[in-house]
Design a protein around this ligand. Structure first.
Ligand SMILES: C[S@@+](CC[C@H](N)C(=O)[O-])C[C@H]1O[C@@H](n2cnc3c(N)ncnc32)[C@H](O)[C@@H]1O
Length: 202
């Protein structure tokens, strides 16, 4: 599945920003801006994609590292970081096996990607491993809505979305975060509980 997802995002890299563009603001509101402001100290962004959060990073991000499976997406992110004048160390790799030491980062963030990885619990455990015990894990994700009609729609659309983008709309990702041992510190919700911005401690 990981190889299939990599191929999907390599193929979609040049059109990704345009395809998420307008719908993004409607769905996410200021969640990306808040996500960027939460990136502090030694920062790791996992599954950085085309780097849509990077413009929202602030001076509080002292050192920035970003990883993604897709070289195509990383190329777009590299270009974005260069235009922003933001020094970022980009790494190609798999979020399921992060090539970083235990407790290396103050903040570990991920956005709209726990829906595409084969095993979200394994990735959440990796985020926890590389985050300092006093650090913060930031999740900006779409999840299974607590509202039954919306959840039903998400379940119905998941096979299509999975085929097109490797993305699952029906994952209870915040419950999974709790189940792997993360302590949720704050949680905001938009669009009938579909979009969540969560801060958690390892
Ligand atoms: C929907 S995009 C989100 C990109 C970006 N985080 C954003 O918020 O726009 C999903 C990203 O996750 C990456 N990805 C999927 N599976 C991954 C994995 N196992 N390890 C690292 N990156 C992965 C894809 O290459 C893609 O860039």
């Amino acid at each position: 599945m990981t190889e299939r997802v990599r191929q999907i995002y390599d193929r979609k890299a040049s059109s990704y920003d345009a395809s998420v563009g307008r719908a993004e603001n409607l769905m996410l509101g200021d969640f990306r801006k808040q996500f960027g402001a939460l990136m502090r100290g030694d920062v790791l962004e996992v599954a950085v994609g085309s780097g849509l959060n990077l413009p929202h990073y602030t001076a509080a991000a002292i050192s920035c590292t970003a990883i993604d499976l897709s070289e195509g997406m990383l190329a777009v992110a590299r270009d974005r970081a260069e235009k922003l004048g933001l020094p970022v160390t980009f790494v190609q790799g798999d979020a399921t096996h992060l090539p970083f030491a235990d407790h290396q980062f103050d903040t570990v963030g991920i956005s709209l990607a726990l829906c595409t990885v084969p095993d979200p619990a394994a990735v959440l455990r990796e985020l926890r491993r590389v985050c300092r015990p006093t650090g913060t894990i930031v999740l900006l994700e779409h999840v299974l809505s607590p509202h039954r009609p919306v959840a039903l729609l998400e379940r119905l659309l998941t096979p299509l979305q999975s085929r097109a983008m490797g993305c699952h709309l029906d994952r209870p990702t915040i419950d999974t975060a709790r189940a792997v041992g993360l302590t949720i510190e704050s949680e905001q919700s938009r669009r009938l509980g579909v979009f969540r911005l969560v801060t958690a401690h390892p």
